[in-house]
Design a binder for this molecule. Structure first.
Ligand SMILES: Nc1nc2c(c(=O)[nH]1)N[C@H]1C(S)=C(S)[C@@H](COP(=O)(O)OP(=O)(O)OC[C@H]3O[C@@H](n4cnc5c(N)ncnc54)[C@H](O)[C@@H]3O)O[C@H]1N2
Ligand code: MOO
Length: 348
């Protein structure tokens, strides 16, 4: 508090002036006061600090208009933490307040898990990057989704080589359907996780698995029993970097990123995987007999309502959804599902 450090009940005689940086050896005795600024060390003998707005000063004579309780406006050493206290649990995300707290307690170095880096390679000779698609051409819908998905998942986009192909942006490169280009692109990527879209299946223009074999990468996940998104793949390079194959159909690519991709990034960040809450589906929804279904849903007081437009090439459903329902395989209908929410693009 800016005001007066006082000793005992008023009135007081102002006998000292303490600047902000003083390490004072001043000693107040009853009836004495000193000017003081917020944050300065109070002199020994201080019983309260009278704020300027409660003080009436005439020359060096001081009274107050409002009785300041004893010890008021005095911060004590160790008020916030004692020696040996654990200030933060392991695994906390280093945000602005954590950095400020570390500085407050004089920590110049923190041991942290660095933010994972992610780069994306979009493959497909048919892809165009401006205007509508037409016969033989498909507008790239995955490239525009990825940067925000990546950064909202707590990862950092790695700057891709500049000025390569049309549609390239930070962290997102476009490649033709060529094994050599894909091998070179994967070799050149320095990201902890490299996403490759449009090469996950077994067609003549789908080179991901051949490229992984050429690079000696280990295939950790070779397809997932889910719809859409079943051709997705996760592989590990010899140096530990990960590669995630996103299926070319845009909703399938989104599903693969939100499941395998987000799970990989969470673990790279040292964070646990979230529990998915159960939610009723009013009227039920058809199960797939062997695969988990992921459906865009709207959240209502009654539960999760599927909103359709959920074909693997469609984004209209996901674009207006609140979350994805994760429907366990079964012979008939499901009346409840788990909910994939709380992550981009549904709530960050
Ligand atoms: N014999 C089989 N063929 C396919 C299977 C299968 O199980 N057996 N799975 C199908 C499924 S499901 C998918 S998904 C695709 C995945 O294939 P790729 O990852 O190799 O992707 P593409 O074949 O290149 O593309 C599929 C489809 O998506 C369009 N596409 C690709 N990239 C983009 C983009 N960036 N933006 C918008 N659209 C994109 C592409 O033009 C194709 O229409 O494999 C099936 N085949
Ligand atoms: O991954 Mo595909 O249909 O499941 O688009």
């Amino acid at each position: 508090m800016d005001g007066y450090a006082v000793c005992g009940p008023g009135p007081w005689q102002i006998t000292h002036h303490i600047p902000a940086t003083a390490t004072t050896t001043t000693q107040l005795t009853p009836g004495q006061a000193t000017t003081i600024v917020t944050g300065a060390t109070v002199p020994a003998g201080t019983t309260a600090v009278v704020p300027t707005e409660h003080a009436v000063r005439t020359a060096n004579h001081l009274t107050q208009t409002f009785r300041t309780p004893a010890r008021d406006h005095i911060r004590r050493a160790g008020e916030e933490c004692q020696a040996g206290d654990q200030l933060l649990p392991a695994g906390v995300i280093v945000g602005p307040a954590v950095l400020g707290l570390a500085a407050t307690v004089g920590l110049d170095r923190l041991t942290v898990i660095p933010q994972p880096t992610v780069a994306a390679l979009i493959t497909g000779d048919e892809l165009v990057h401006q205007g509508p698609s037409g016969p033989g051409h498909v507008r790239d819908a995955i490239g525009p989704m990825l940067p925000t998905l990546i950064t909202q998942s707590g990862a950092r986009l790695l700057q891709a080589a500049r000025g390569a192909a049309p549609g390239d942006s930070a962290g997102v490169r476009h490649l033709g359907d060529s094994l050599e280009e894909l091998v070179a692109g994967l070799r050149a990527s320095e990201a902890d996780l490299t996403l490759v879209s449009g090469s996950s299946a077994a067609g003549p223009a789908d080179h991901l698995r051949r490229a992984l074999a050429a690079l000696g990468a280990e295939l950790i996940v070779d397809g997932v029993a889910c719809r859409p998104g079943h051709p997705q793949a996760l592989a590990r390079m010899r140096d530990g970097r990960l590669i995630l194959g996103l299926p070319g159909n845009p909703f399938a690519a989104l599903v693969a990123f939100l499941t395998l991709g987000v799970a990989a990034l969470q673990r790279m960040r040292g964070l646990p995987l979230p529990e998915l809450p159960q939610i009723p589906i009013p009227g039920g929804v058809h199960c797939h007999p062997t695969n988990t279904r992921l459906l865009p849903v709207r959240l209502t007081p009654e539960g999760a309502v599927p909103i359709g437009h959920d074909g693997s090439a469609m984004l209209r459903g996901p674009a207006t959804a609140d979350a994805l329902a994760v429907v366990t395989p079964g012979p008939t209908k499901a009346i409840a599902a788990r909910l994939l929410t709380g992550m981009p693009p549904w709530g960050g």
